[in-house]
Design a binder for this molecule. Structure first.
Ligand code: HEC
Ligand code: HEC
Length: 162
């Protein structure tokens, strides 16, 4: 691209942005494009929605696929994880499970990157929330058509037997 072309594009962008600003002044009530947050006007700042409640039902949830890190079925409010302390391990570490009744972290959590099983949690599995997430009762803002692979396999079997 030549310098002249770059200059022309830059001017076009500036004119466009200034144009938008003028439109904003003229039509302060222009409806906002209905994206994830529906309603309101283009220049209105709506109040943030309330924080959703954490799901605290305990028990196990079905994993969406075999390697999925299970979601956390309890609240983790105020659980600290840093270099010196790991609240999760106070219940989930091997040695604690008899007292806490929590499921032990599985053997993969003791493996280093060469799959050597260490005596304690491997550093790469120390920050639990990198992989495990709690859930809330928030309504999802977008639709979801996820189907479990079991359902897909069953559908395929039915199709091929027809
Ligand atoms: C006070 C003890 C305690 C602490 C602290 C704790 N957990 Fe748990 N956790 C449990 C128990 C007990 C269960 C079994 C289900 C239930 O009763 O909630 C569980 C279940 C889980 C499960 C589900 C396992 C499965 O197979 O479905 C995950 C994942 C989990 N915890 C992760 C965490 C993480 C991450 C933290 C830290 C942020 C944490 N837990 C802190 C006691 C604890
Ligand atoms: C790098 C991702 C990762 C990190 C970090 C991680 N996990 Fe996991 N976790 C997994 C995966 C994947 C599984 C399911 C497969 C498996 O067991 O390895 C799992 C399984 C579990 C289970 C269920 C075990 C079972 O036998 O049902 C518990 C409990 C758990 N993790 C707790 C923790 C805790 C506590 C920490 C922090 C100390 C942690 N995890 C850190 C990925 C992770």
């Amino acid at each position: 691209m030549t310098g002249k072309q770059v200059f022309t594009i830059a001017v076009a962008v500036i004119v466009f942005v200034c144009g938008l600003a003028t439109v904003a002044e003229q039509f302060p009530d222009a409806p906002a494009p209905d994206g994830i947050r529906k309603g309101g006007t283009l220049f209105e700042e709506s109040p943030a929605p309330q924080l959703a409640d954490p799901v605290n039902t305990d028990g196990k949830r079905v994993r969406a696929y075999p390697e999925q890190p299970p979601t956390i079925p309890h609240t983790i409010r105020d659980y600290q994880i840093n270099k010196n302390t790991n609240r999760c391990l106070e219940c989930h570490n091997r040695i604690q499970t008899a007292v806490s009744g929590a499921p032990m972290i599985s053997v993969t959590h003791f493996m280093d990157r060469d799959f050597q099983v260490l005596a304690d949690v491997a550093p790469r599995r120390y920050f639990c929330l990198q992989c495990h997430v709690p859930q809330t009762n928030a309504k999802s803002s977008v639709g979801n058509t996820f189907k479990d692979v079991d359902i897909l396999l069953r559908n395929q079997k039915q199709k091929s037997s027809q």
